[in-house]
Ligand binder design. Structure first.
Ligand code: SAM
Length: 247
């Protein structure tokens, strides 16, 4: 997968060189390209922002550098068929909230482009204009406001990148994770079996795989009901087995 990120703080994206995402880049599974928006300005101060029309606090990112950098992104052509256009993710607290399903959908794409806003955001005309060259998706990390899109991009690239085959060593570990089946993951433990007078649940030492699987599933329901009742309400009845219904 190819990923392009545009930011006025390209150093922020250095974390994409670390851990599993960094390894995926070195292994050729992810081709990440970071672009400095200020390189697409033409004044002495490398200006990327200006005052908002209509007044109000804060500054707005100017359209010109954005159109210049986005025009140079590989595959961004007006003539491209809509389904061949790169996906342009515009991080914004006013976007659709990012979730695991979105991460799975994006992991199927060949090319993702991220436009990191700062200040009060990007001139809205850029988003409209970009819609003729990209499949534009405003996406929010959650219902709160960050200073810029970079942290949101780090989170999204990590969530999407780990779903690309080969990035996570053992693909089994993706199957039982929180949100993979609509529930939160069960609690996990490692050695020693007793720590600070706290033994692990006895069932985990039983060697009985069916009992362990049932206990884990029950714990998923218990934890999800306690912490995220909204997820329980959204479960499809068809996804439940007979024993689930009794929990
Ligand atoms: N004035 C904007 C609003 O109220 O919707 C907020 C601008 S915010 C200070 C600056 C930039 O941070 C945004 O353009 C966006 O790129 C990023 N950002 C802030 N909160 C975010 C969130 N919850 N999810 C994704 N990106 C966010």
């Amino acid at each position: 997968m190819r990923i392009d990120v545009v930011s006025i703080f390209p150093e922020y994206l250095a974390a994409l060189d670390l851990s599993l995402i960094g390894k995926a880049r070195r292994d050729g599974l992810l081709d990440v390209n970071v672009h400095d928006l200020r390189e697409y300005t033409h004044d002495r101060h490398r200006t990327v922002d200006d005052t908002p029309y209509g007044g109000g606090a804060g500054m707005v990112m100017k359209a010109e550098p954005w159109s210049e950098v986005l025009n140079g992104i590989r595959g961004a052509r007006e003539s491209a068929a809509p389904d061949e256009r790169p996906v342009l993710i515009v991080p914004s607290p006013a976007g659709a909230v990012f979730n695991q399903k979105m991460a799975h959908d994006l992991a199927e794409e060949e090319h993702l482009v991220f436009a990191c806003g700062r200040y009060e955001g990007i001139d809205e005309r850029v988003v409209e204009w970009a819609g003729e060259r990209f499949d534009v998706r405003p996406v929010s990390l959650g219902d709160y406001v960050l200073n810029g899109g970079e942290v949101a991009v780090l989170a999204m690239v990590e969530a999407v990148g780990r779903l690309i085959p080969g990035v996570v060593g053992n693909p089994e570990s993706l199957v039982e994770e929180s949100h993979s089946d609509g529930l939160l993951e069960y609690p996990v433990y490692t050695k020693p079996s007793e720590w600070n007078e706290r033994p692990i649940p006895e069932v985990l030492l039983s060697g009985n795989h069916a009992r362990i699987a049932r206990w884990r599933r029950d714990e998923q329901f218990r934890r999800t009901a306690q912490r995220r009742p909204d997820l329980i309400a959204a479960l499809e009845p068809a996804a439940l087995d007979k024993d689930d219904r009794e929990v």
